[in-house]
Design a protein around this ligand. Structure first.
Ligand SMILES: [Zn+2]
Ligand SMILES: [Zn+2]
Length: 186
């Protein structure tokens, strides 16, 4: 085993193979500093991990983040992927921004955050959620309706009516079109 394939965990200080660390393509070695087992242990015990996420959220929103610990707990305890509906376990669980942070209409706030699987997170990237629904085979109509319902309920802070849900769904579709036109002009 060469040096490149192992790494020391910043938490338990154990030297482990690279595969034992969550992947993070933006880092030099493509892996996070804390190993998978330390991370999942932290998820199960205490709020340290969640508070760290809150801090990052606050930082990225330039101090305007409105996410609370309760909301983050709810997102972290979501059992299934928002988009494809697969069962989420620690290794594939990600927090996704429905309106991605690098995109037009980006929103770093609580209503914009959902749990999803690693595969949906990476294939959705910066695309509009409606476009992702259109092109992903696993993002079914039932999943879409559930997504729209939950998003609208978070945004409106009450139970949306059937008519309101239709409006939300059409709204997402129009936005996606608008975004495409905007990107073509740019
Ligand atoms: Zn560790
Ligand atoms: Zn998924």
């Amino acid at each position: 085993m060469t040096d490149e394939q192992i790494k020391q965990c910043i938490t338990c200080k154990e030297v482990k193979p690279l595969e034992s660390f969550p992947s993070r393509p933006s880092l030099p070695d493509g892996r996070e500093g804390e190993c998978n087992s330390c991370r999942s242990l932290r998820r199960k015990t205490g709020d340290g991990y969640l508070k760290e996420r809150l801090r990052k959220h606050y930082y990225r929103s330039g101090g305007k983040g409105d996410l609370t610990l309760e909301q983050l707990r709810e997102i972290e305890s979501q059992k299934r992927c928002t988009y494809c509906g697969c069962v989420l376990y620690d290794e594939i669980r990600m927090v996704d921004h429905v309106y991605s942070l690098g995109q037009l209409w980006s929103l770093n706030c609580a209503i914009n955050m959902v749990a999803c699987c690693r595969s949906c997170n990476s294939s959705k990237r910066d695309s509009h959620v409606y476009d992702f629904y259109q092109r992903s085979d696993k993002f079914t109509t039932a999943q879409w309706e559930e997504f729209v319902y939950k998003f609208a309920r978070r945004a409106m802070r009450c139970e949306p009516s059937k008519e309101e849900l239709e409006q939300w769904s059409i709204g997402f579709e129009l936005e996606a079109k608008e975004l495409k036109e905007y990107l073509q002009r740019a």
